[in-house]
Design a protein around this ligand. Structure first.
Ligand code: ARG
Length: 426
């Protein structure tokens, strides 16, 4: 018997459903435009939204099925940890919560698409953001056979028109859609855009922050936290062993309480636009600082400098949607190798918005007291420095001597030297 072709069978679209206005409208719009079946899938990476409610909403709007997949643990272990080991901060500021979540979402969506025999994956990203790139490039990498649909890029409706469309078609719009901000959350960071933040001169209003206290409301006493690392991964908080997800969640609470983790960033998007982004990322900032500090203690100078040079490249690559590239995988293999001795404890002091490393220890510490000390126990061979400096400075000394003979003592000036060489070349 001939198997049905795509045209004969009803097309099936898997929609990455966030529960917000865009993807809610998309369920209806896709069904209307393509006469297709829409399966809604929400990947939980730590959004604080009520995802069960979102699932009910998807079905009410017309999705044939709606799923919520809890991917928080995998996110923390397979996406956040490699980024932490790379000390990945985009433009030195943004810990990449959104950018890291998209490839994970795609990994799960592709698995679901294959399970349901879907023909296409649809997403709700707009045409001027980074997320469309991350979604689509990741789908292209993992499932080149699947079609990709981006309804919000196609339909050309403004936000108000979308709300009108929703009203006209009885689409229940979540109340939060009326809020002036666009929020994206994962356990690694909370991003806030739009509204008054669009003017870079406006100070972010206190009301946008949910994970962090302002300095007025944060405790008046400092708090110390010990973070234990094993081979580059954080494994304990104040001596209690924890899984990465639990540790990040707990540290978000502790550091956020002290007002740590706010970021106000004028960001260069991949699509050529500058945007003003405000983030809350208490655990990400504290862990990155702690991890970097531990590396300083245990890594030889050349390795650490080389790795630091690579970290910006790594962050750009994640930001730019290239998580599934061979380059990222090769960099991760290198970075993993560098983490062998990144084991130890970092003591952090949290107080009124600041997180400062105030202590560090490691069985692999390269800090050698008898070499560093200025006390009697000093074992450094001071006399050896003389020969070292002779060799180290020799190229500069030679250059300087030649220049002073040719220019400095009046024997020849710069143009005379040039003339001599030019005529020698003739
Ligand atoms: N600017 C950040 C990024 O590109 C966060 C974007 C937040 N995304 C969103 N859909 N609101 O990764």
């Amino acid at each position: 018997m001939k198997s049905p072709s795509k045209i004969e069978k009803q097309m099936k679209i898997l929609l990455a459903y966030s529960g917000g206005l865009d993807t809610s409208v998309a369920i209806h719009w896709l069904k209307e435009k393509y006469g297709c079946e829409v399966v809604a899938v929400t990947i939980d990476v730590g959004q604080s939204d009520d995802l069960k409610e979102a699932m009910r909403r998807a079905k009410a709007i017309g999705a044939s099925r709606a799923w919520v997949i809890d991917a928080k643990k995998e996110f923390a272990e397979n996406y956040v940890l490699p980024a932490l080991k790379a000390n990945a901060l985009y433009e030195g500021s943004y810990p990449l919560g959104t950018a890291l979540a998209r490839p994970l979402m795609v990994e799960r969506l592709v698995a679901m698409a294959r399970r349901f025999g879907a023909d296409a994956i649809a997403h709700g990203c707009t045409g001027k953001g980074n997320d469309q790139v991350r979604f689509e490039v990741s789908i292209m990498a993992l499932a080149p056979e699947l079609d990709i649909l981006a309804p919000t890029r196609e339909w050309g409706m403004s936000r108000d028109e979308e709300i009108e469309y929703a009203k006209a078609h009885d689409i229940p719009v979540p109340v939060t859609c009326e809020a002036p901000y666009s929020i994206d959350e994962s356990v690694w960071s909370r991003a806030i855009e739009c509204g008054v933040l669009e003017d870079p001169w406006n100070e972010p209003p206190e009301s946008i922050f949910e994970w962090t206290n302002g300095t007025d409301s944060s405790p008046n006493e400092p708090e110390y936290v010990d973070i234990g690392f094993c081979e580059g991964s954080p494994i304990s908080l104040n001596g209690s062993a924890m899984e990465p997800l639990e540790l990040v969640t707990e540290l978000n609470e502790i550091a956020g309480n002290h007002g740590v983790g706010r970021i106000d960033h004028i960001e260069n998007r991949l699509v050529g636009i500058k945007s003003r982004e405000v983030y809350e990322a208490p655990a990400a900032l504290v862990l990155t600082k702690a991890h970097q500090d531990l590396e300083s203690l245990v890594m030889p100078r050349d390795l650490m400098h080389y790795k630091r040079g690579m970290e910006q490249h790594y962050a750009n690559l994640v930001y730019d949607g290239l998580w599934f590239s061979p380059l990222r995988q090769a960099m991760d293999a290198f970075i993993e190798k560098t983490q062998k001795n990144v084991t130890g404890t970092i003591k952090i002091k949290l107080f009124k918005g600041s997180a400062v490393v105030v202590g560090r220890e490691s069985p692999y510490s390269l800090y050698t007291a008898n070499l560093s000390t200025y006390e009697k126990s000093d074992e450094f061979d001071h006399a050896a420095a003389k020969g070292f400096i002779y060799v180290w400075g020799l190229p500069l000394k030679t250059t300087s001597m030649v220049n002073s003979v040719k220019n400095g003592n009046g024997v020849m000036n710069g143009s005379a030297v040039k003339e001599e060489f030019t005529s020698a070349c003739k």
